[in-house]
Design a protein around this ligand. Structure first.
Ligand code: GTR
Length: 330
């Protein structure tokens, strides 16, 4: 055998024997993608990154999850579809658009459903939350964990909203969610479903007059620049969820699936801590920018709740039953 042939043969054997991703070659064996709508320094994106870090660490670098933030993989609805078909491996989304794929999720985002955030976390971290995560499998998703998203409030470019009547006829952007359309209609406003990334210019050009979201999103999207009237009505608490593609998960070993599931759960305290901090910062920043922040009187607050009661009455029986279970969690 010629010398160069010998070297080649030895090299070929070495390459076959050394598995990719072993400590000797630090390159990962599997690279997976996670789609996130928020910017890199948003608390939820940092939660995704913590999840990715834990997976990489616990698989000794075999599995690497790359976080594509700032809608690099598309708007939420399209990304959810991508995950469903296995074209995208993971995403973190609001449960509002996810409910189009798993209708029971509407039960978790009814207006004024939770007595407060403690109640919500009891539900999500208990049996009900677990059953919701599992329930996604027939739709080809694996539910991994929940992240915080605070409470949502209305804001608009026109006027201070102090009562339900003030919302009458206002064109309000909602997520691509039937429930959110119904909610805005029940207050006498005009719902306009639209992807998150289009809201700023739609507010600026007057295509819509208002939208609704939590403090961190209101601030990080700069919507406050074009819609300075913010009313603290707290109509919903809509949990965020981290999901995986079932098609992708099924191709991994049972052991790696467990590592991924555990890493997601273990990233929750970090996201929740950052959320709490950023909620305060975002509020301070928009207040300092001169936004008009309106607190509702107890009577006005009660009227908001009353206006949304028909949404409960119109629920399908299985959703009604689930809502009751959630309300009964003490
Ligand atoms: C945010 C949420 C996003 C997105 C957005 C929206 O609070 O974190 O995932 O759903 O709301 O209103 O579209």
């Amino acid at each position: 055998m010629k010398k160069w042939m010998y070297v080649f043969a030895v090299l070929a054997v070495v390459t076959m024997v050394l598995p990719l991703g072993s400590p000797a070659s630090a390159a990962p064996q599997t690279i997976l993608r996670l789609g996130e709508t928020h910017v890199a320094d948003y608390p939820t994106t940092k939660g995704d990154m913590e999840f990715a870090r834990l997976v990489e660490e616990r698989t000794g670098g075999r599995i690497k999850i790359e976080v594509f933030h700032s809608k690099q993989l598309g708007e939420e609805k399209a990304v959810i579809e991508g995950v469903q078909f296995g074209a995208i491996d993971f995403t973190r989304v609001s449960i509002s658009p996810l409910a189009a794929f798993a209708p029971m999720f509407d039960a978790l985002q009814m207006p004024y459903l939770y007595r407060g955030e403690e109640h919500m976390w009891k539900v999500l971290n208990g049996e009900i939350g677990e059953s919701f995560l599992k329930s996604l499998e027939p739709a080809n998703f694996v539910g991994l964990c929940w992240y915080d998203s605070g409470a949502r409030n209305f804001y608009n470019s026109k006027k201070e909203i102090k009562t339900v009547a003030d919302l009458k006829g206002l064109k309000i952007r909602v997520q691509e969610s039937k429930l959110m359309m119904g909610l805005v209609s029940s207050l006498g406003a005009v719902p306009t479903p639209m992807p998150f990334g289009e809201v700023y210019s739609a507010l600026q050009t007057g295509v819509i007059e208002g939208a609704e979201n939590n403090w961190p999103s209101y601030f990080s999207t700069s919507h406050y620049e074009v819609a300075k009237f913010f009313t603290l009505d707290g109509h919903t608490r809509v949990p965020e969820i981290l999901i995986a593609s079932k098609i992708v998960m099924d191709k991994l070993s049972k052991e790696d699936q467990e590592i991924i599931k555990k890493a997601a759960k273990d990233s929750m305290p970090y996201q929740i801590k950052l959320w709490k901090e950023f909620e305060k910062v975002a509020e301070e920043k928009v207040r300092a920018k001169g936004c008009v922040i309106t607190a509702l009187t107890p009577e006005a607050q009660a009227d908001f709740q009353k206006a949304m009661q028909p949404m409960y009455d119109q629920l399908k029986p299985e959703l009604k039953e689930m809502v009751k279970k959630i309300q009964d969690v003490k």
